[in-house]
Structure formats: C-alpha cells, structure tokens
Design a protein around this ligand. Structure first.
Ligand SMILES: Cc1cc2nc3c(=O)[nH]c(=O)nc-3n(C[C@H](O)[C@H](O)[C@H](O)COP(=O)(O)O)c2cc1C
Ligand code: SF4
Ligand code: SF4
Length: 266
C-alpha cells in the first residue's frame, strides 16, 4: 500500500494526529497542505490518501480547500478525513466531502472527528493540564482505531450531524471563511513584545512581517490558526481585549519550527 497523509495545523494537534496515523501505515509519507495551496497542480497516485485538519467555526480551514483544488488524483484512491476539534465539529467533514467531490470528483471512504484540546482563546481559555491529558489519552486510543480502519481500507459511515444543523453551521462557516483573511486586523502586540520574531517565523502561511521597531505587522492573508498568539513566548499577542490573561495552548510535543516547516515543504 502507498499512502499520503496531508495535514494542516496551527498549534500541533492535527500535526501529531497526522504523524500518528502515518506511523501506523506502511509506506506512508506526510505532506503539509500549507505549501501546496499556492502551487501548480500536483499529481497524487497513492492508493490511500488521508487529510487531517482542525475545525474552524464548524468547517474546514480555507487553506485546506485551496490545497484540495491543487491536487489531481490519478486512479481511484481511498480518501479519508480526520477533523480535530475541541468539542463541536459542526459541518467540517460534510463541507470537506462536498468540496472534495466538486474539486476532484472523488468521494470520501470514511471520516472521523478527533477531540483534542481547544486552541481558540477568543471563545475559551485553554483547558487545565488534567483535562488536556485526559483528552490526549482518549485521542490516542481513537487514533489507533482510525489508523487500523485505514490500514484495512475500510469503508465506514462518516460522523456527521443531522442535515438541518449542518446547513445552519455551514452558513455560519461561510461567513467565517469569507472574512478570515482580513480578520488579523484584530491582532495586537502589546508593549511586552521583545521583538524576537517568533510570530513571523511560526506563521504557517507567512502572514507576519516585523516593522522597523521589531513589532509584528499582519498582512491580511490570515487563516486564524492562532499559532502566532499561542507560541509568543511572552504572551504579547492578543486577538481581542478579553484574550489577555487567558491560559494559552499548543501541543506540548510540537515546537514552533515544526509548525513553521509547513510553509517550506510541498
Ligand atoms: C479559528 C478557530 C476556530 C475554531 N472553531 C472550532 C469549532 O467550531 N469547534 C471546535 O470544537 N473547535 C474549534 N476550534 C478549536 C480547534 O479546532 C482545535 O483546537 C484543533 O484541534 C486545533 O488544531 P491544530 O492544533 O492542529 O491547529 C477552533 C480553533 C480556531 C483557531
Ligand atoms: S513572538 Fe511575541 S515577543 Fe516575539 S516578536 Fe512576536 S509578538 Fe513580539
Ligand atoms: S497570522 Fe497568526 S493566526 Fe494568522 S495564519 Fe499566521 S500564525 Fe495563524
């Protein structure tokens, strides 16, 4: 079996999930979607293809759909999707399946929701360490089951909601998707900023430059992945006034370099 695991990740949950699945499959390569979104068409001739991405506002990240449009599947691979989220996957897997059909004429063989720690401080501060460890332990078991189903090339029913809830969530997500690029206007760096440049380095889509005073300036091509805010070593970045003082989160095994590497590989 030849397999490719594609992923996008802002704070590491989806990266760790993608690695865990790839490790359990024979001859699987792992490719970040961030680099692909801006490239020419790429031919994919594997017999198994897996997509792993976070849920944003009940849907998939815009970048994931942009990258999907760059892929050309040769043959008829079995395609799987795993959406990582804190508590509510909404219409993410349904929207992904619809876009997959529209952009590549392929169908999903199966898809899963994987519950991981939340990373969106405008809504809620990070969970406590014990809640996080608990989620990791449940997710590890679930990842083993997911990888086993993929290795056996199973066709399963996707985990989705009743269609009327999905329709409402999709409308909400479309609003998010159409405004996400410029939503970085809400980011601010406070006087605590030590001009280390980590926010510019870590951004998986290269959306931050430092000005002459060494302060971050957002370039309005944002995915709202929260990597800049979550990895800032002095918590100088806020998204709105109420994110100040809220507990931060990134996956403990994931370094800023691992997130940054997404934009350099394709
Ligand atoms: C912009 C944004 C929107 C989010 N929306 C949702 C959501 O609708 N439902 C949910 O359960 N989690 C939501 N989350 C949390 C993430 O989906 C979750 O923490 C995910 O595992 C993060 O993956 P990553 O670490 O690979 O970036 C959101 C996070 C961000 C940054
Ligand atoms: S990561 Fe934080 S401290 Fe470093 S430049 Fe960015 S805002 Fe400033
Ligand atoms: S600017 Fe921040 S939130 Fe936006 S894509 Fe880059 S790292 Fe993610």
């Amino acid at each position: 079996m030849s397999a490719t695991v594609f992923y996008f990740s802002g704070t590491g949950n989806s990266l760790i999930a993608a690695r865990s699945i790839a490790d359990k499959l024979e001859f699987a390569r792992i490719i970040p979607l961030a680099g692909l979104a801006e490239t020419l068409k790429t031919d994919i001739d594997d017999d198994v293809v897996v997509f792993v991405f976070p849920v944003y506002a009940g849907g998939p990240p815009v970048l994931v759909l942009k990258a999907l449009a760059r892929l050309k599947f040769v043959g008829s691979p079995l395609i799987y999707a795993v959406a990582t989220c804190a508590s509510f996957a909404g219409a993410a897997l349904d929207i992904f399946a619809k876009e997959l059909k529209k952009l590549t004429s392929q169908k999903l063989a199966a898809s899963w929701v994987l519950y991981m720690p939340g990373n969106y401080p405008p809504l809620r501060e990070a969970e406590s360490s014990s809640e996080i460890l608990n989620k990791f332990s449940v997710a590890d078991n679930h990842l083993k089951q997911i990888a086993a189903a993929i290795a056996q090339k199973k066709l399963c029913r996707s985990q989705t909601l009743f269609s009327f809830v999905n329709r409402l969530t999709e409308i909400f997500w479309r609003g998010f998707a159409s405004s996400v690029a410029k939503s970085d206007r809400r980011f601010r760096a406070s006087n605590q900023c030590v001009s280390c440049g980590l926010c510019a380095t870590v951004c998986p889509v290269g959306n931050i430059v430092l000005n002459k005073s060494g302060r971050p300036v957002w370039q309005h091509r944002c995915e709202q992945c929260m990597a800049c805010l979550q990895f800032c070593p002095v918590e100088a970045i806020q998204f709105c006034w109420w994110t100040k003082g809220r507990r931060r989160y990134h996956h403990p095994q994931v370094t800023p370099e691992m997130i940054a590497a997404q934009k350099n590989q394709s």
